[in-house]
Design a protein around this ligand. Structure first.
Ligand code: KIV
Length: 273
């Protein structure tokens, strides 16, 4: 029996993730934004489902993650949670819902938890948002951090290239990771940074480090579902492994349907009342 189909799987908790790190068992994480996909991902045995603000790109067609609203994230989050039995569900706090002040951050996090029934929230940033992180944690809401390439800060970075290649940015990232651990975050996502740096962070902090474009020396991996399934086909960063070309398969199926309707082949007698 595969890990994915394991008969006695139990609901994944933040505690279980830290046990997995201790045991050296890698953590699998994927995004999902809707009920149907979340059901497939959960049944396939993924440990953590991230309702990422990448929904802004993948679901809504925006160029960046900035436009997605708290209401829209709540809509995606509650659709996903209804489908999930096993995975830990984490909802991204969208741009503008936590950077202003910690009180606003807490009320945004409370709305996410109350209205989606998710297990945790994720925020981008280190020292600059630490008051918000602490206030959310003090309300009993588990927080996942996110460092390295932070897409909500794309206008500050100016590009989606690899972050923390120079020593000062790398030092700040290590300090931020230690700080997020110290205040009580249960895990951190590291996006698009050199693998040696990511490995060092994973060795120096005791909470799980989940990488995307951060090499194999971390405690787990995350990818955007639509990218790894090959439903999106224009985005091809080096870190992305495509497990399928669903874009071509889905397009082919739709083309066959159009042909069948035009030719009168669909519906046939068996498909009619
Ligand atoms: O929004 C998202 O999909 C993410 C992952 C890339 C980690 O934050």
């Amino acid at each position: 029996m595969s890990a994915a189909s394991g008969g006695n799987r139990k609901k994944v908790t933040t505690h279980r993730l830290s046990e997995m790190k201790l045991r050296g068992e890698k953590i699998s994480m994927l995004t999902a934004y809707d009920f149907t996909m979340a059901r497939i991902v959960d049944m396939a045995g993924v440990d953590v489902i991230l309702v990422g603000d990448s929904a802004s790109n993948v679901m809504a067609g925006n160029e960046t993650t900035l436009p997605i609203t708290l209401d829209q994230m709540i809509y995606h989050g509650s659709s996903v949670v209804k489908a999930v039995n096993m995975a830990l569900v984490v909802v991204d706090m969208p741009f503008g819902s936590y950077q202003g002040n910690s009180k606003e951050a807490l009320s945004s996090a409370i709305r996410i938890m109350k209205e989606t029934h998710a297990d945790a929230v994720k925020l981008e940033g280190g020292r600059e948002i630490i008051e918000s992180v602490e206030r959310i944690l003090s309300a009993g809401i588990p927080v996942m951090g996110h460092l390295g390439l932070m897409p909500q800060s794309i206008h500050k970075f100016g590009t989606y290239t690899v972050r923390a290649k120079d020593t000062s940015e790398a030092d700040k990232l290590i300090e931020d990771a230690r700080l997020l651990e110290r205040v009580g975050c249960f895990a951190i996502v590291l996006e698009k940074i050199p693998s040696q740096l990511a490995k060092r962070v994973a060795e120096e902090v005791n909470i799980p480090i989940i990488g995307i474009g951060a090499g194999g020396g971390v405690d787990g991996q995350v990818l955007v579902l639509h990218d790894m399934l090959g439903i999106t086909h224009e985005f091809s960063p080096r870190f992305l492994r495509r497990y399928h070309n669903l874009f071509a398969e889905m397009k082919g199926a739709v083309e066959s349907y159009v042909t069948d309707v035009k030719s009168g082949d669909f519906p046939n007698e068996k498909e009619s009342y």
